[in-house]
Design a protein around this ligand. Structure first.
Ligand SMILES: CC(C)=CCNc1ncnc2c1ncn2[C@@H]1O[C@H](COP(=O)(O)O)[C@@H](O)[C@H]1O
Ligand SMILES: [Zn+2]
Length: 341
């Protein structure tokens, strides 16, 4: 596959982005866990239920449970995105406390920030920002604590922490429980990216969450009327011009979308709505951003120029307004090479 030009990756979960080679290093550190690669990734042609996909994260979390692991994983993931040609990356991750190793949530975030700084110092050609993630499974109280943590880091990291993500198994809990935490995050200046309508029959929840409103939407697979959403949901998204983060391989392998050609990318793209192609979990789903761009291009018959435009428009959807001008410049410089492919 050729490396396609793209400027930014806006939807990448750290522990879902761990590559095969990093998994091998982790397995070598923890041979007693008896973990094989088949347990941490879903290969091409394979499909899993959503439930099975979430089991995969549990296995990876067992492998990544010390500060050392987090540092290595985050640095490897950042280098891999850079090697794929990504110039701006927003990573997201759920701070985890591990009693057995003494890792705290605060140290977890500090370690990710340290990885970002080290990559920068080592000259890796990519800008990285961080979103602190709230896992729905852990409930409203933890969500509120996480917002406080995110706010502290937003203030102490000189703008490396830019936002908050709401993710985790969409079938667990209800969005209404997280409204106070999300509202607080928004009020203190954190940008919000919310996983929304990732599974069917969540119109009520999506309605509530869209009223906040979020700054970006993850997936939004079942928002539009043809798939059981509603015109009112679509209207809300359009009214605020809220960008969608779309992850083709993730949705097909997780079976919320039946095939690539059925992906809701087309619905929003044809409407001219801001849509950004993302990987979600490049390690778990065995993909990278170039491959996702390639898939979108071949599935929907888009030209290189269409893809360039798509990628260019994604710059306006980032949570780092201070970098947008620089990224636009970078893109203009890269444009001529695109048409030689
Ligand atoms: C099952 C499936 C199709 C996954 C893709 N869709 C997803 N939907 C919701 N939350 C997710 C998804 N992928 C990753 N995550 C979240 O990201 C976590 C892994 O990265 P991290 O530990 O936060 O660094 C998971 O435990 C989960 O909370
Ligand atoms: Zn996601």
């Amino acid at each position: 596959l050729l490396v396609m030009h793209k400027v930014d990756e806006l939807h990448a979960h750290l522990n879902g982005s761990v590559s095969f080679s990093t998994i091998e290093k982790l397995v070598a550190r923890k041979p007693h866990l008896n973990i094989e690669h088949g347990m941490t990734a879903i290969r091409s042609g394979q499909r899993r239920t959503l439930d099975e996909c979430f089991q995969v994260f549990k296995v990876i979390h067992q492998l990544v449970d010390t500060e050392e692991d987090i540092l290595m994983v985050a640095k490897d993931v950042i280098r891999e995105f850079a090697a794929d040609g990504v110039k701006y990356l927003e990573l997201r991750s759920t701070p985890r406390k591990e009693k057995t190793t003494g890792m705290t949530k605060r140290r977890y975030v500090e370690t990710v920030i340290e990885a970002i700084r080290q990559c920068k110092n080592e000259g890796v050609d990519i800008e990285v920002r961080f979103l602190v993630a709230v896992d729905r499974r852990n409930g409203a109280e933890v969500a509120m604590e996480t917002v406080k943590l995110a706010e502290d880091f937003m203030l102490s990291t000189g703008g490396l922490v830019v936002g908050l993500d709401l993710s985790g198994d969409p079938t667990v809990g209800h969005g209404r429980d997280f409204l106070p935490a999300l509202q607080k995050a928004k009020n203190c200046g954190l940008k919000l990216s919310l996983h929304l309508s990732e599974v069917p029959s969540q119109a009520d929840e999506s309605e509530l969450l869209l009223n906040i409103p979020p700054d970006r939407i993850g997936h939004g697979t079942f928002l539009h009327p043809e798939v059981g959403g509603s015109q009112s949901l679509v209207d809300k998204v359009r009214k605020h011009n809220t960008p969608l983060e779309l992850c083709l391989t993730s949705n097909v392998k997780g079976q919320t979308v039946s095939s690539y050609s059925q992906h809701h990318f087309l619905y929003w793209y044809q409407m001219g709505h801001p849509s950004v192609i993302c990987t979600d979990d490049k390690g778990v789903f065995c993909t990278d951003l170039s491959q996702e761009y390639q898939l979108a291009a071949s599935t929907f018959n888009l030209s290189q120029e269409d893809m360039w435009t798509l990628s260019h428009k994604a710059i306006d959807c980032t949570f780092a307004p201070d970098l947008q001008q620089q990224l636009h410049q970078k893109w203009l410089e890269l444009q001529p090479t695109l048409f030689q492919l």
